[in-house]
Design a protein around this ligand. Sequence first.
Ligand code: FAD
Length: 389
Amino acid sequence: EDSHKYTGIVEDCCCDYETVDSVNEAVLYPLLQDLVTTPFFRYFKVKLWCDCPFWPDDGMCRLRDCSVCECPEHEFPEAFKRPSLHGLAKDDLICQEGKPEAAVDRTLDTKVFRGWPEVDNPWTNDDETDNNEMTYVNLQLNPERYTGYTGPSARRIWDAVYSENCPKYSSGESCQEKKVLYKLISGLHSSISIHIAADYLLDETTNQWGANLELMHDRVLKHPERVQNLYFTFLFVLRAVTKAASYLEQAEYDSGNHVEDLKAHSLIRQLIHNPKLQAACPLPFDEAKLWQGQSGPELKQQIQKQFRNISALMDCVGCEKCRLWGKLQVLGLGTALKILFSVDTPGRRHLQLQRNEVIALMNLLNRLSESLKSVTDMGSSAAMDVLLS
Ligand code: FAD
């Protein structure tokens, strides 16, 4: 039996694997691929240089750009000269950031950005209304893929994310909400690993990029739970998008390029009012089931705080491009959490989203949709059959 084929309902969701795959393939993937190339959705505002609040002395956040690596030794910040930085070798810090594939290309059309409401998101650490030190990045020029960021620095972030913020629920865990947080993070982690595997630097000397099936197998496919969590995260984010439908429909997608902006709006409409999607999977996730217990409000506060910590951890990611996508996707998840859990409760304001939150949300959904497609495409290849057998 091939263990990479999934059947039945995605755990804690409302649609089954086959339906999700077919709706993704036929509807969501093509629409999203188009959407993220439009000027409105391809420019992301981000604070790439912030202080890492957790490991303040290790120089991680002083890696302001790649030129750090090219400086002569005597110009290195003091922190780099120390042989060991809390167990991290000097080379770990310097050389990841020096790799060209880890750097962010900031080439962009500055005319494209115009204002939207300025509202902070309670689920994230960055203040979205704070424009200090924000830069704009063209996401199309910076695909999420293999960057060479690995070793103790990367490991430390994932460890902190899991162990401090969302310990893996035991099988007897009765708290559904904590389980949701863990699954969202694990699903995002799977997606990141899949992108690394799908677009890998196979040969450094010839600069040949391509799929690394073995990596895909080892990090994701051989752990069914990680694949399941990817589907869960996808459905969760999809539910947030459909719940925000009326807001997204009325929003102004204004980048100064009228034709392209109309296209963005039309793609959004096709996505949120899609008859095929509504017929196949009308309620991808049922958020009304959460926070119902007596300690609901308290629990929500606690989980919100944990998610904010995860968001803050993204400032400690020691590779610029990984930090960019880490921040974007965590903001995307934070936006989904805000849509599903922070509005429509009595006494709360109506949904208001920042431009940047909408961009993060749709780009995250696109990344997850790509990951699903990679799982079905690469997971069913003949080479993968050999690895899995
Ligand atoms: P890791 O992926 O580091 O995993 C660490 C441990 O977490 C594993 O040993 C396992 O116990 C557990 N784990 C792994 N996957 C899951 C899962 N899905 N669910 C639950 N637990 C899991 N590298 C790039 O090349 N390009 C990038 O764009 C990139 N972006 C990153 C963004 C962030 C926010 C972070 C923290 C790291 C990023 N990295 C990126 C690094 C990359 O994620 C890995 O850390 C690195 O490739 C080393 O992988 P690893 O095999 O040690 O396992």
